[in-house]
Design a protein around this ligand. Structure first.
Ligand code: GAP
Length: 456
């Protein structure tokens, strides 16, 4: 396995149609990216696995899809208006901007935890240790300033009647404000969960490491409402589940680790992230939080509406505890891409680029390739139309068969099916495996079952 390098991965994603720079022809927009034809397939496949694991396969689990724009009081209640900010510093020499906490963590090789520091302590650390600017290497920073990450917009016709509203910075609040709507309409009994996948927006102005930190991204969040006293049991259960989820995406366990938070928000009982080892270092892909009954209590306070649940058996009225499971979809995609991209030396000395994506996540499950376009395209098109009813299939008739195999390896297609002259007589095709490059001959009538077995 070749050493992974972000530049190569970014170029590969762009050249093969996974991910393009956002609004590229206008020079792009910092920290914004577009998913291409392959990226969107991968994204949808990951969403499906997450939805199955959290919403579909659990009893007492429900999905919702809430508005991105919410009443601004929501964000006052959640605390985002007052304190959703990053500590930023500017390099006075080269004018680049950084998060002070990231500078400290990188400089100390993660031996110092800036989460445990006050802003004053961070400033002192930068100064006393002469922490250098990662770009110009000088050590001359401005004092730390708080920068709120909320994206503000306005609604209303005239300037005077306009109301300031926000693009949601997380999907979780939609689940909290709908807690009783879901509970009542689904006749749900605590404990139960609400899942949602959707866009979130943050005004991230520091460098993003490709899609790792974006201004617009997707979250897959699952809030589990439970009785106080059962919270710790469920927290542990969901913590284990989070690693299982990433392993179900084909990521090996040794590339994942838990990062328990040393410093908790005043209302939180426990918090932990899962870290994945990206080529740029270990970093967060999700978070599991025991948020107590803080969020629902705050919404009760700010909305004036009761958020209490009435237990039909005990007649007890209470505000449930919440175990929050917050997954960044784009970070899961990036982890899968980084994990599966490889360059491999072949026995004949050639090098091939390969994406070893697990078949369930592969953008295309199968490629149909006529050996020669002239006489075999009609049969191959026929086969494509039939396979496409059941599997995401691609068709390629351009270039030598060897080059076409390489193109499919590059984008992670697990199987290539070649239609040759013999196919016209015996109705059999050659099926080539991406990883082993082995080829077998199969009757077309057995092809779908074979593809299915590979995916499953
Ligand atoms: N509701 C809790 C919450 O939003 P968070 O740790 O701020 O918690 C959860 O975000 C997850 O969302 C992160 O673990 C990460 O995967 C993803 N995420 C956060 N900010 C992101 C960004 N700017 N770009 C891409 N993904 C991001």
């Amino acid at each position: 396995m070749a050493e992974k390098n972000m530049e190569q991965i970014v170029a590969h994603c762009k050249n093969t149609g996974f991910i393009f720079p956002g609004s590229e022809i206008y020079g792009g927009l910092a920290n914004s990216w577009d998913y291409g034809p392959l990226g969107i397939e991968l994204k949808n496949n990951i969403k499906k696995i997450w939805w199955e694991k959290f919403v579909q396969n659990r009893e007492n689990s429900y999905g919702i899809d809430c508005a991105i724009l919410m009443n601004p009081r929501v964000w006052e209640a959640s605390g985002h208006v007052a304190s959703f900010s990053d500590p930023l510093v500017d390099c006075k020499e080269c004018k680049a901007r950084f998060r002070a906490d990231n500078l400290i963590s990188d400089f100390s090789n993660h031996s110092v935890n800036p989460d445990l520091m006050t802003r004053e302590e961070m400033s002192k650390y930068l100064e006393e240790n002469h922490v250098p600017c990662p770009l110009c290497k000088k050590s001359n920073f401005t004092p730390i300033r708080e920068f709120n990450l909320l994206f503000q917009t306005h609604r209303g016709v005239t300037k005077e009647s306009q109301q300031d509203i926000y693009l949601r910075p997380e999907t979780a609040q939609g689940e909290y404000v709908n807690f009783l709507n879901v509970q009542r309409t689904m006749r749900a009994k605590v404990p139960f969960g609400i899942g949602q996948i959707g866009k979130a927006f943050r005004n991230e102005i520091t460098p993003g490491n490709f899609t790792f930190r974006q201004i617009e991204f997707e979250q897959m969040e699952y809030q589990f409402f439970c009785h106080e006293g059962e919270d710790e049991k469920y927290y542990q259960e969901f913590k284990q589940k989070s690693k299982e989820f990433f392993m179900a995406l084909g990521i090996p366990e040794n590339k994942l680790k838990f990062h328990d938070h040393d410093k908790l928000a005043f209302y939180a009982k426990a918090a932990c992230d899962v870290y994945y080892e990206f080529p740029f270092g270990w970093d967060e892909v999700n978070g599991i939080h025991n948020r107590t009954n803080y969020d629902l209590t705050r919404h009760q306070e700010y909305s004036g509406k009761s958020m209490q649940y009435l237990d039909p058996v005990t007649n007890e009225k209470f505000i449930p505890y919440v175990i929050e499971n917050s997954y960044g979809l784009d970070r899961a995609i990036l982890a899968v891409i980084c994990n599966s991209y490889d360059r491999e030396k072949l026995p004949d000395g050639e090098e091939r680029e390969i994406m070893r994506i697990i078949p369930r996540l592969a953008p295309f499950k199968v490629a149909v390739l006529p050996l020669i376009k002239k006489d075999l395209a009609e049969k191959a098109h026929e086969l494509f139309a039939d396979l496409a009813k059941d599997f995401r299939t691609t068709y390629d008739e351009t270039g030598s068969i060897g080059k076409r195999y390489r193109r499919q390896d590059q984008i992670g297609t697990p199987l290539c099916v070649t239609v040759d002259y013999d196919t016209l007589n015996d109705n059999c095709v050659t099926v080539r495996d991406r990883d082993t490059m082995e080829q077998i001959r199969l009757p077309i009538s057995e092809l779908k079952a074979h593809i299915k077995s590979i995916i499953e």
